[in-house]
Design a protein around this ligand. Structure first.
Ligand SMILES: N[C@@H](CCC[C@H](N)C(=O)O)C(=O)O
Length: 289
């Protein structure tokens, strides 16, 4: 049951400190309007999170009019990650979210360990639970093929960065800064909303700032569309791996990406990409609204 006299049932989880309120709502009964999302994500008056992951079947979301149609490759009975940013806006994809979502499906008995078909607005993102002990999991997500859109630039907190525009289902500008080291990256201000080319990124953009690839590793920070600076961003991590490899003259390979919230592994092949990292479920309860 989703709603009861006690309120709205929720779980709280994160993937490398990119945190989410998870709403199990199989039949999409809850009217997930912007104000409710903002209230849930409010770090003082609400539960606090970078975004909301509603668990529902794809078919139920179509029946309720939340989705206009089933995305290609997503079946009506598939679990669908209905993702919202903290400001209430809808995003097509969330890489850390898929890991936490798949973990929550297993932990609530909605799926068994193994490969789980997760539907998103960008299409299917199959997730493999590699390890699971209730509150902790390690999950690998098939993130699909990154699409390179060209180069662009953005101003972030007073500095201008050039980067590679990468479509991961959602839009990214991944900026690998020559000569930037991890300590300087840590001190950079990235909290202000970016100023970007709205002709190029008509739907807004997530901006990543990263160090060049050294020994298979990069360090990254991110300013997310709709959520501000976050401690990690899975789609941004893959976009950054693509940009860092391109900067090193490569198109495929394995990259370990360090973000303020931890470490996540990316593998890029000729035909696609995977993201492997942790998920942690930290709380559950009732949201009284
Ligand atoms: N944190 C996410 C991305 C969430 C959506 C993003 N803010 C957008 O609006 O595109 C991730 O882990 O990928």
């Amino acid at each position: 049951m989703t709603e009861s006299p006690e309120g709205l049932m929720f779980l709280k989880g994160h993937g490398t400190l990119n945190d989410f309120v998870i709403l199990p709502d199989d039949r999409a009964d809850v009217e997930l309007h912007d104000d409710l999302v903002r209230a849930l994500c409010d770090r003082r008056g609400g539960i606090g999170a970078d975004g909301v992951l509603r668990i529902a079947t794809a078919g139920a979301l179509v029946d309720r009019g939340v989705l206009a149609a089933l995305p290609d490759g997503v079946g009506a009975a598939d679990w669908f990650m209905d993702y919202r940013n903290a400001d209430g806006s809808i995003a097509e994809m969330c890489g850390n979210g898929v890991r936490v979502f798949a973990h929550a499906l297993v932990s609530t008995g909605r799926a068994g360990v193994g490969r789980i078909a997760v539907g998103t607005r960008s299409g299917p993102r199959p997730a493999d639970i590699l390890h699971h002990d209730g509150t902790h999991a390690v999950v690998r997500v098939d993130m699909g093929e990154p699409v390179l859109l060209g180069v662009s630039s953005a101003e972030l907190s007073g500095r201008v960065y050039a980067g590679l525009a990468v479509d991961m289902g959602n839009p990214h500008l991944a900026c690998v800064v020559p000569g930037l080291g991890p300590a300087e990256l840590r001190d950079l201000p990235v909290h202000e909303a970016p100023v970007y080319d709205t002709g190029f990124f008509s739907e807004g953009v997530n901006v990543e700032i990263a160090t060049p690839l050294v020994d298979g590793r990069v360090f990254m920070r991110v300013h997310e569309r709709g959520s501000g600076e976050t401690m990690s961003c899975g789609t941004g991590i893959v976009a950054t791996a693509v940009a860092a490899l391109a900067d090193a003259g490569e198109a495929t390979g394995e990259v370990l990406v360090s973000v303020p919230g931890g470490e996540v592994g990316v593998a890029l092949t000729d035909s696609g990409s995977t993201l492997t990292g942790p998920s942690e479920l930290v709380a559950h309860g009732w949201y009284t609204h």
